[in-house]
Design a binder for this molecule. Sequence first.
Ligand SMILES: Cc1ncc(COP(=O)(O)O)c(C=O)c1O
Length: 382
Amino acid sequence: MDPSYRFETLAIHAGQPPDPATGAVMTPIYQTSTYRQSGVGQHQGYEYSRSGNPTRRALEDCLAALEGGARGLAFASGMAAADAVLRLLRPGDHVVAVNDLYGGTYRLFERVYSNYGLTFSYAAPDKPAGLLALIRGETRLVWLESPTNPWLTLCDLRAIADGLRDIRPRPYLCVDNTFATPYLQRPLELGADLVVHSTTKYLGGHSDVVGGALVAKDAALGEELAFLQNAAGAVPGPMDCFLVLRGIKTLALRMDKHAANAAHIARFLEGHSAVRQVFYPGSTTHPQHDLASRQMRNAGGMVSFTLRDGAEKATRVAEATRLFALAESLGGVESLIEVPAAMTHLSTSDSPLAVDPSLVRLSVGLEAVEDLIADLEEALRA
Ligand SMILES: Cc1ncc(COP(=O)(O)O)c(C=O)c1O
């Protein structure tokens, strides 16, 4: 498909031509594990659905187009996608990661791959020089999230990519783009080699599917990861791929509305006496507001805040909302609230990456913002 089409057009059409067999406008769900061959080794591009499936391929091609990469790969979950990236490494290799990241990623690093001879160092996301200073001869991977989960700190992706350019051997630069999505931020254009997603979140967008994805800028790296995808086998089923494809068609509309609602809510929280500090990169008071304006189309739909009365109050507020569902995950049409220290980031407790228990994280949905604010106002009185 012509890559000069704009984002919204690619989201609806890339990788998804009408089905050549029937003319079906929506990508069929090819619910098949295998494919008849007309002679031994003679097939139409598909042999077995772990290696490839047409519905999955449509999603993979669409993701590659949206991120501007050479190859997209879909996985059974965001963690399966992250796992495939780590399988590029060898015992003795070193990873530099941001010190604010999804708790499950930290768990995969420290409780799985540290058993296979990998070592990890952690740096502040907003200090590129400090992060680059941790790179040593064995460093093969730099792992970023931007905005980070849960503090919504940004990494200056171009500054970090530029800093890595002359380092030999040059580590891969991988960005978890789950919070931003390719509609808001395109890390491969800023110098990253790889983008990872939990498609469970904004790409799926309706809290009805678990999935993950990788997009490689370069075809050779994409091929290496496709080998690992097939060899280890953590692939999504065709129905799940269909759901993510359907979600992606409305991604642009949803992200604009998520961000508009989040900006209103951030302003409301900033003016509330029970709130100690609000973390939303779209706020003019956020220390990285300029970087957010440069690097992202808008600041997205996640808002975090701490409470003056500490952890107990955070728990009470999260338990008191009625519209905001108390639940893990994010990025769906409905609003969610959670306490990261006790929920999504429990695996970092007792570690240097432990999250302040008075932090509350909101995934701001697409409901009427007046109703969401009224819900928070009542809960903050609890
Ligand atoms: C930023 C980020 N990356 C990765 C993941 C993992 O994705 P999944 O739950 O689809 O395995 C999550 C899940 O919450 C996440 O928030």
